[in-house]
Each structure stands twice: as C-alpha cells, then as structure tokens.
Ligand binder design. Structure first.
Ligand code: B12
Length: 425
C-alpha cells in the first residue's frame, strides 16, 4: 500500500478533529494492519493508494479480512488511482463489512463521524457502507461483439509529418536550474488546493485566492532555498528511433544498426486504434527521433518531509511535501519546453503557461503509468537508457517500478503534431 502524502492529509484532518490516528507507513502488509487494528481496538481502518496497483492490493486485503473474520471493521479507502464506482460497487461486493470511498479527507472525516455516532447511540444502519451502488454496467448481450480487425497502424495518424533533427544524440545531465525558473511552471490549483488543501475564503474569487497563496508560495520557496532541500536535476537525451509495429526501437546512433532499448506500447482495440509507436517513422522509412527525460527534485526534500512528519509538524509537512511534488511536475513542464526550444518548434507553443497544461504545443509528453502507456515497468527501461543512476535515481521491481526519490518523474517526448493524450486500454 502507498499511503504517502494523501493518507497523511486524511490523517492530519482526522487528528485535528479529535481522532487518534495510528499511521503505519507505506507498503504495509495486511497482517501488520490487522495486528495494529487488534492491538488498539481500532474503530476503522484506512488505506490509501496512489497507483492502480495499490487498488488491486486493497481488494486482496479486503478478501483477507473476510477470511480472518474481521469484516466487522469498517474500511475507508482513498487515493488518486481509486474511483467511487470501484469502491462502492466492486469492493462492496467483495467485502462482508462496511467499506467507504473518501474522495478527499473531509469525506473520510464525515464517514468516521457517522460511524462514531452510530457506535455512541447504539443505532444501526445496516446498509451504510454495505449496499453496492454506483454505475450499473449494461448486461453483456448474448451476441458476441462484432470482431474488429485491428490495423497494424492507426489510419488516422499521418506518416508524412516533418521529422525534426535534434541538436545532439545521447544524454546530458543538468544541475543548478534556478528554482525561480521552475516555479513559473507550477500548477497553482494543484499546489494550493490539492496539495496544500487551501480553499477560497468568504467571497474570495479564484484570482484573489491565488494572489493570497502566491505570497505564501514566495515565503515557502525562500525558506526552501535557504535550507537547500529542493535540488532540481535533469537527465535527458535525444535518440534515433523507429517504430516496429507497436514497438518503439531505440538505436545506439544514427547508423541504426544497434538496438539499445525497445518500448512496447499498447494499441487501442477500437477506432482510431492509436498507439504511441505510430508517431514515429517505421524502420524502412528512414530515421526519426525521440527525446526522453527524467527530472527530480532530489532526495533532500523527501527527507525533510519525513522529518517534519515524524516530528508531528503535519501542517508544515503538507506544505513541504506538496511543494516538492508540484515542483517536480513543474520541472518536467519546464524541461519539456527547453526540449521544444532546442528541437526547433517552440514557436508553435500557445500564448500562456496555463495553455501548456492543456498541451498547447507541438507533440506530446507521455509518462509511463499514464493511460496512453500504462506499463510502469518501462520506468526502469528509460532509467537504463538515460543512466539515471548517475543522479542517484533508483527504480526496480522492488520499488514497485516507482522512482526513488519520490519527487521524480520521467517521460518520452514526441514531435509528431498528433501526439496528444489518449487512453490505450
Ligand atoms: C502530483 C502527482 C505526481 C507527483 C508526486 C506524486 C506523489 N508521490 O505524491 C510527481 C510529479 C512526482 C508524480 C510522478 C509520477 N506519477 Co503522478 N500524479 C500526480 C497527480 C497529478 C496528483 C497526485 C497528488 O499528489 N494529489 C494530491 C493528493 C493530496 O491527493 P490524493 O493522493 O488524491 O489524496 C486525496 C484524496 O484522494 C483523498 N485520499 C487519499 N487517500 C485517502 C485515504 C483515505 C482513508 C481517505 C478517507 C481519503 C484519502 O484525500 C486526499 C486529500 O484530499 C496524480 C493524478 C491525480 N490527478 O490524482 C498523478 C498520478 C498519481 N501519477 C501517476 C503516475 C503514473 C506517475 C509516475 C509513475 C509517472 C512517471 N512514469 O514518471 C510517477 C511516479 C513517481 C515516482 N516516484 O515513481 C498516475 C498513477 C496511475 C497508475 N498507473 O498507477 C496518476 C494517477 C496520474 C494518472 N491519471 O494516470 N506524480
């Protein structure tokens, strides 16, 4: 399980409202959770998952609790990868006890309040948290779905697009990027609302709200600079590549004789049959190029956040952790822009930074684990390609294919003008 920041947000809000929260940490086996539940006589168990993988583990955990006869313990679930339907329909069908979805920490708090009220008053609402609800999918008709022939390539993706030659082939490491350059690319809504959990006060407009919080951001950034815990670093590079069916072949150099890595990308099973490989020339069509990057804010910010959490400085913890992760996201945006500059098509950018968050530029940037390329294992392939170990970045099956330090993210950058987000599976 990966509670990280999110579970901590729920933890902080529940603690502030009079609940005693026992935070067990990340990737905790169900046996350990059960042991703690019994030891403290917990009124409820909460789990949080950032990645899709954790949602599957949650399901297994609930089944295990059934088997152990512990289904009298209400379970609260939340996190980026979960959906209300998955919890309130699929998981309620699995768990013999009560299970709830918490869209945010406040929803978790009101569920707890209702559970406690029931306990205090001795009243019972047997349906609460038990009745499956949510979207009911239409029953599959007896007739088999008409077989769709999946083409080798999406007929909607142009194959005669301009190929841009990159400024160099191979990798480069960049350090010492000024924090002031990065902060301009911070998504303020994500930072102020989602990470820091602030909301407009009274009749404050969104713009007034942002102006108020920008002052706070300046203060936090100045503190971070003085303490030196935000350490932006990038490893990036350009490679000669070709598509080979649904694969992307990465060559050692422009002679295209030695394959050094190969990424497999899923193809949509329905029209328009998109697949990331289609954005690149096929082997027999001549050379094409892709850029890759891994950006990190370094391990010191994870350590500082960990220290604050351990010292029960929850509010400050949320600020520092949130700043670290949104600066990592901003660094990816900034570096993508630098790549467009170097590669010669930044003039096609939209007029505003806000527009960049909506992909107003030539081409696209895809991170593994996102819907167009869901396979997290390829985080390790790109780390190998860019030799990310040089920045102290680790990723393997042991880390659940997540990068360490946490405030790290990777991507492939395509110049094809049709390379925009889509859902492959
Ligand atoms: C910010 C962000 C990042 C940041 C920081 C991530 C972090 N560790 O915190 C950075 C830029 C580093 C990042 C990187 C990556 N990310 Co990211 N990221 C996000 C994003 C945009 C927001 C997550 C977040 O921090 N939200 C703010 C927190 C506070 O919200 P929250 O987690 O949802 O929690 C709230 C509620 O859910 C609820 N809640 C949560 N838990 C609980 C528990 C209980 C009991 C209750 C009641 C409530 C509750 O309360 C919280 C507060 O209100 C999400 C997409 C999204 N919109 O959610 C993707 C997302 C999590 N990332 C994703 C991916 C794939 C990645 C990368 C693997 C990409 C890559 N290849 O580089 C990497 C992995 C990082 C690594 N170290 O390996 C995917 C994961 C999907 C998957 N395949 O599993 C997501 C879902 C995007 C997507 N739509 O596909 N990411």
């Amino acid at each position: 399980m990966k509670p990280t920041k999110a579970a901590k947000a729920a933890n902080i809000i529940c603690t502030n409202n009079g609940y005693e929260v026992h935070n067990l940490g990340i990737k905790i086996p169900i046996s350990e959770m059960v042991q703690k539940v019994k030891e403290v006589g917990a009124d409820a168990l909460g789990m949080s998952g950032l990645l899709v993988k954790s949602t599957l583990i949650m399901r297994e955990n609930l089944m295990e609790m059934n088997d152990l006869g512990l289904a009298d313990v209400p379970v609260l679930l939340g996190g980026a990868a979960l959906t209300r339907t998955y919890v309130e329909k699929d998981l309620r069908e699995v768990y013999n006890g009560r299970v709830f979805y918490g869209r945010d920490a406040f929803e978790g708090l009101s569920t707890l309040d209702k559970l406690m009220e029931m306990k205090r008053s001795g009243s019972d609402d047997p349906d609460f948290g038990r009745v499956p609800s949510g979207r009911v999918l239409p029953a599959r008709s007896g007739a088999a779905k008409e077989a769709v022939e999946v083409p080798a390539r999406s007929p909607e993706v142009a194959a005669d697009n301009q190929v841009f030659e990159p400024p160099f082939l191979g990798t480069r490491i960049v350090k010492g990027i000024p924090l002031d350059d990065i902060v301009q690319y911070v998504n303020e809504t994500a930072l102020f609302r989602n990470q820091w959990q602030f909301r407009p006060e009274g009749d404050e407009t969104d713009e007034d709200f942002k102006t108020r919080l920008r002052a706070r951001l300046r203060v936090e950034l100045a503190e971070a600079k003085a303490a030196g815990f935000l350490v932006p670093q990038v490893v990036y590079g350009y490679f000669c590549v070709n598509s080979d069916g649904d694969d992307l072949v990465v060559w050692s150099d422009a002679s295209r004789t030695t394959e050094i890595e190969r990424f497999h990308y899923p193809r949509q099973s329905e029209s328009p049959f998109m697949c990331i490989a289609d954005f690149f020339r096929a082997v027999d069509q001549g050379p094409d190029y892709a850029a890759f990057h891994i950006v990190t804010m370094g391990s010191a910010v994870s350590e500082e956040a960990g220290r604050l959490f351990a010292a029960n400085e929850y509010q400050k913890y949320m600020i520092v952790h949130g700043l670290g992760v949104e600066m990592a996201e901003a660094l990816a945006e900034l570096w993508h822009k630098r790549i467009r500059e170097e590669w010669g098509f930044v003039a096609e950018d939209g007029p505003s930074i806000g527009g960049l968050f909506r992909q107003q530029y030539r081409g696209g940037r895809y991170s593994w684990g996102y819907p167009a390329c869901p396979d997290l294992e390829d985080n390790a392939t790109v780390a190998r390609l860019l030799e990310a170990g040089r920045l102290g970045i680790e990723v393997s099956e042991e880390t659940g294919w997540q990068y360490q330090p946490e405030q790290t993210t990777s991507a492939i950058i395509c110049h094809h003008p049709q390379a925009k987000y889509f859902v492959a599976r």
